[in-house]
Design a protein around this ligand. Structure first.
Ligand SMILES: Cc1cc2nc3c(=O)[nH]c(=O)nc-3n(C[C@H](O)[C@H](O)[C@H](O)COP(=O)(O)OP(=O)(O)OC[C@H]3O[C@@H](n4cnc5c(N)ncnc54)[C@H](O)[C@@H]3O)c2cc1C
Length: 534
């Protein structure tokens, strides 16, 4: 074997997977067809859950240092242009403000990390450089996967280098993080279902030294212009780069459109123009034998709501520990199979959430009439009508904390079953320890965060809370017999026990809860077998 896991694609999903596998000591190779990560505008917001994941990997501070500065407002505006008074302003805390809210929260309802605005073209090279530091990871840009075959022991990939030379790479597993046009998915004949090609837009990237400083109507990250072209101006992480989406005739029109939305004389360079299409699609399967697919390769959403890259990071984190456990020999036969069982419903929910958000946006966009831009009584009345609708509908894109924090794996064969799973709502997060959810964040008496006390690559952790001394030897032995890393962590803090509502909580390596109880499990062998996919 040339490597244990061959990752196809150095976008955010593949790079997160490489970073996580590398931190778990797994030998992997990542290839990408491009010579280098590209300077193209795409995602620009890591959500709270992604930032929690990066914190566990030791990357959160680096991502923040490279991203938008902490005091920059994250507000969203509806405008006629960047000069006239805004029609609507949706305030959102800056990272610094959000951190203060989190610091003062005691009820488990807040994430440990706030979101972070960072452009995809900034985070990709950062994740690549971090992956390259890991001894078990090899990163090779400039290699394209052409095809592959799999057999009982592994996968053989046919790869073409930039100079045209061909080679083969043999791996135990293939992780296809090769984006929306996934060669792997297409070779497997796996269909995408849902709504494809909903709308074709143009997107352009501009460099403008002083625009951000000169916007007097309020600083924020998104400016939705009420106009015929559906213009949407996005502040990138440097605050000197901007992207604009609009439906216009040709590439050249994107320069005029920028000038119209900005509405003040500025010197700028248009660095890139391209077309892209809105899709709301989900793959019918995420796995075939030794091949696993993740990220845009299996789900495509409208960026509204920022669930694209963030869903891919979630996929990568679920797949990573299962691959590591299987390669290390303690993952049972059901462990890797649970990747699709757990992540496809999340993909489905995120496509639904994005559908809901984009319909909200369409609802107010469809109300556009040219007189809205006129300063006449009729114009003012039309604007007022649109504002009333947008005040409800636009929020659907920006208030998705449930999709970020509340997704869960209840019902998965790896999770101990309990009656009465909490209803899932992508707009709301209610902290709970119901088996399958992410462990809610709580601060401990010494000021540390519970999540920081859970070791990163230690396997399973049994939290013994609030002074409980329940005898966990049975469970310890059960995990030992399977060869799975397990430890008991005593947290005597009464507050954490109150928030969690249980004395005992079993956490998986990804910090999702596998089981909870007030006393040691009656059948520890069975619980350990369930949690490890045996
Ligand atoms: C305009 C826009 C705005 C967005 N905003 C957000 C946002 O705010 N938040 C968010 O979460 N998401 C956002 N997204 C979505 C986000 O960009 C994608 O979901 C994300 O890039 C998916 O990451 P990925 O790694 O799965 O796939 P990709 O980023 O598509 O990466 C796939 C990689 O695979 C490589 N590859 C493909 N085929 C091969 C092959 N045969 N051999 C080798 N390499 C190959 C490609 O070169 C590429 O580098 C936005 C998207 C767009 C278009």
């Amino acid at each position: 074997m040339d490597t244990d896991v061959l990752i196809i694609g150095g976008g955010p999903t593949g790079l997160t997977l490489a970073n996580d596998l590398g931190r778990r000591g797994v030998r992997c190779m990542l290839i990408d067809q491009k010579p280098e990560p590209q300077f193209l505008p795409k995602m620009e917001r890591c959500n709270a859950r992604t930032m929690e994941i990066f914190r566990r990997m030791g990357l959160a501070d680096k991502v923040r240092a490279a991203g938008l500065r902490a005091d920059a407002p994250m507000d969203v505006f509806l405008v006629l242009d960047c000069v006239q008074p805004p029609l609507l302003r949706f305030p959102f805390p800056s990272v610094a403000e959000y951190k203060a809210i989190i610091a003062n929260s005691t009820d488990g309802s807040q994430p440990l990390e706030p979101y972070q605005l960072i452009s995809q073209y900034t985070i990709e090279p950062l994740l690549r450089a971090e992956a390259e530091k890991l001894p078990s990871v090899s990163v090779r840009f400039g290699f394209e996967l052409l095809s592959f075959v799999q057999d009982a022991d592994g996968v053989t990939a046919r790869v073409k280098a930039l100079d045209g030379s061909m080679s083969e790479i043999r791996a135990k597993y293939l992780a296809a993080c090769d984006g929306g046009n996934s060669v792997v998915r297409r070779q497997l004949g796996i269909q995408l279902h849902g709504e494809g090609n909903l709308l074709e837009l143009r997107q352009a990237l501009y460099y403008c030294e002083d625009l951000y400083e000169r916007i007097r109507i309020g600083k924020g990250r998104h400016y939705h212009a009420v106009d015929q072209e559906g213009s949407f101006l996005i502040v990138q992480d440097s605050t000197k780069h901007f992207s604009l989406h609009a439906v216009v005739e040709d590439d050249a029109a994107m320069a005029r459109q920028f000038e119209k939305v900005v509405a003040m004389p500025v010197k700028y360079d248009m660095l890139y123009v391209g077309k892209w299409r809105q899709n709301l699609l989900l793959a019918e399967r995420y796995q075939e034998g030794r091949v696993f697919m993740a990220g845009d390769a299996v789900h495509l959403v409208i960026p509204t709501g920022g669930l694209g890259m963030n869903s891919g990071v979630g996929d990568a984190i679920d797949l990573s520990w299962k691959l590591a456990a299987t390669l290390q020999g303690w993952g049972g036969p059901g462990l890797l199979a649970s990747y699709e069982t757990e992540r496809r419903p999340v993909g489905h929910n995120n496509v639904q959430a994005s559908t809901y958000a984009s319909r909200g946006r369409r609802a107010w966009r469809n109300m556009y009439r040219p007189e809205m831009r006129e300063h006449t009584p009729a114009g003012a009345a039309a604007r007022a009508e649109l504002i009333a609708v947008a005040d409800v509908e636009q929020r659907k894109s920006n208030e998705m904390i449930g999709a970020e924090l509340a997704y869960h794996y209840a019902g998965s064969p790896l999770i101990a079953s309990e009656e009465g799973a909490p209803p899932y709502d992508f707009r709301a997060y209610v902290p709970t320890t119901f088996p399958g959810v992410r462990l809610p964040h709580v601060w401990l008496a010494d000021g540390s965060a519970m999540q920081d006390r859970i070791g990163y690559d230690l396997g399973y952790t049994l939290l013994r809370l609030g002074g409980s001394r329940a005898d966990m030897h049975g469970l310890q032995h059960a995990f030992e017999r399977l060869g799975a890393p397990f430890r008991v962590l005593d947290i005597d803090d009464a507050h954490a026990r109150d928030i969690y509502g249980y004395d005992l909580i079993l956490l998986r390596p990804d910090m999702h809860i596998a089981w909870r109880g007030q006393r040691a499990p009656d059948d520890p062998q069975r619980l350990a077998a369930i949690a490890t996919g045996n």
